[in-house]
Design a protein around this ligand. Structure first.
Ligand code: NAD
Ligand SMILES: O=C(O)C(=O)C[C@@H](O)[C@H](O)[C@H](O)COP(=O)(O)O
Ligand code: ZN
Length: 372
């Protein structure tokens, strides 16, 4: 059994390791023991993950004498709600989870975001660990400490920065992830390449399809590359006062698309981000900042793996009012003093923060991009 790869998120007193390997669920107890004050943990998961991967984790805890209480949420984006958060907090209180205990977020980004937020506010703050089981969570959401839930008006509008104490990314868990979910997670992988690493983008063009088809080595490379990039950015800008906003590439448009269709199966977060990246690159071309060929190359790759590259690829959004999307974009957390900020690109691997983006020009752009 080979030992896992280790990266560190260098946040001083809140620094933590990201372990990436193929048998981390079976050895979870070994990696969690140091963080436990008693041999007991509260696992927050969803019903699908519990059925697909739960037995591996339970074995990996009981082998080290750790008992676990489990709270299973319904799967899907709709779970990231205030109502479900209250329900979860009440379950954790019933289980007498205290400040000395560890909450384990075991699942995709939905579980990680809501469980992390619950840990952040339960008894004014409990520690939590991330055990991500989706590609999206392994490459992005489990790292960096953004936690929260959605409001009907917008994504992640309520939340907190709360860092985990450790991240265990088990690549074998991805073997049971449905193909559509894998592809949605792949969009965030493309995001890392598109925002800051042109060589990684070229690697994805060569290896992306193999990664999606199950190539474990390719998955390991993608998880390590994305996590290393995210860890470095988060260590420099934990609370998104500057460069961390680059991780929002595709999200200002994407979150508006997600909220417009309602949170659920119609449009997954990763799919919305893929379409949002296509829009961000196209808008950059329109401003004269990005070569047309780079936007075309990005969109070609997204479409080749089956992801949407714009509103035209999302039938549920055809005919949506541009003003309605812009209104949702105005709820974005990067808005400051009423001014919109967008993450745009000067080319593949060259994202930048465009503060004070022009609302009229965005509206005209959206009107052009939304099919009737
Ligand atoms: N906090 C952050 O930094 C951050 C970053 C990116 C995305 N997010 C958030 O993450 C969420 C999306 O995460 P996601 O794509 O993981 O969605 P998800 O959590 O809904 O998981 C996707 C689906 O796959 C299932 N699943 C997960 N792992 C599985 C496995 N190993 N085997 C079988 N089924 C499995 C889940 O039950 C779910 O149905 C969004 O809410 C998004 O806003 C947060
Ligand atoms: O970690 C970050 O920072 C990100 O922006 C990662 C995004 O992929 C993620 O979807 C995040 O939740 C979006 O953050 P938000 O602040 O726009 O809600
Ligand atoms: Zn995202």
């Amino acid at each position: 059994m080979s030992s896992p790869d280790k990266l560190t998120v260098g946040l001083g007193p809140r620094a933590y390791d990201i372990l990436i390997g193929a048998t981390l669920l079976e050895s979870a107890g070994a990696h969690l023991t140091a963080h436990l004050k008693r041999p007991r943990a509260a696992i927050v998961t969803d019903e699908t993950v519990l059925a697909a991967q739960g037995p591996r984790l339970m074995k990996g805890l009981s082998a080290y004498g750790i008992s676990a209480e489990t709270v299973a949420l319904p799967p899907g984006e709709a779970t990231k709600s205030m109502a479900r958060l209250e329900w979860l907090l009440e379950r954790l209180v019933e289980l007498e989870v205290d400040r000395g205990d560890l909450v384990i977020a075991f699942g995709g980004g939905v579980v990680g975001d809501i469980a992390g937020f619950a840990a952040a506010i339960l008894r004014r703050g409990c520690r939590f660990a991330q055990i991500p089981t989706s590609l999206l969570a392994q490459v992005d959401s489990a790292v960096g400490g953004k936690t929260g839930v959605n409001l009907p008006q917008g994504k992640n509008l309520v939340g907190a920065f709360h860092q985990p104490v450790v991240v265990l990314a088990d690549l074998a868990a991805l073997d049971t992830l449905p193909a559509r979910e894998l592809r949605a997670g792949y969009a965030e992988v493309v995001k890392y390449a598109a925002l800051g690493d042109a060589a990684f983008f070229a690697w994805l063009e060569e290896n992306g399809e193999a990664l999606l088809a199950g190539d474990r080595a390719a998955r390991a490379h993608a998880v390590k590359t994305a996590c290393a990039m995210k860890a470095a950015i988060v260590a420099r800008d934990e609370r998104e006062t500057g460069e961390r906003a680059l991780l929002n590439l595709g999200h200002t448009f994407g979150h508006a698309l997600e909220a417009a269709v309602g949170y659920g199966e119609t449009l997954l977060h990763g799919e919305a981000v893929a379409a949002g990246m296509g829009l961000a690159f196209d808008y950059s071309v329109r401003l004269g900042d990005c070569p047309r060929e780079d936007a075309a190359r990005l969109k070609r790759h997204l479409k080749r793996v089956g992801l949407p590259a714009g509103v035209c690829d999302i039938p549920a959004l055809h005919g949506v009012a541009a003003e309605a999307l812009l209104a949702r974009m105005r709820q974005d957390k990067k808005v400051a003093a009423g001014r919109l900020a967008l993450i745009l690109a000067r080319g593949i691997g060259k994202a930048y923060i465009a503060e004070n983006a022009d609302a009229d020009s965005i509206l005209a752009f959206l009107e052009e991009k939304i099919p009737a």
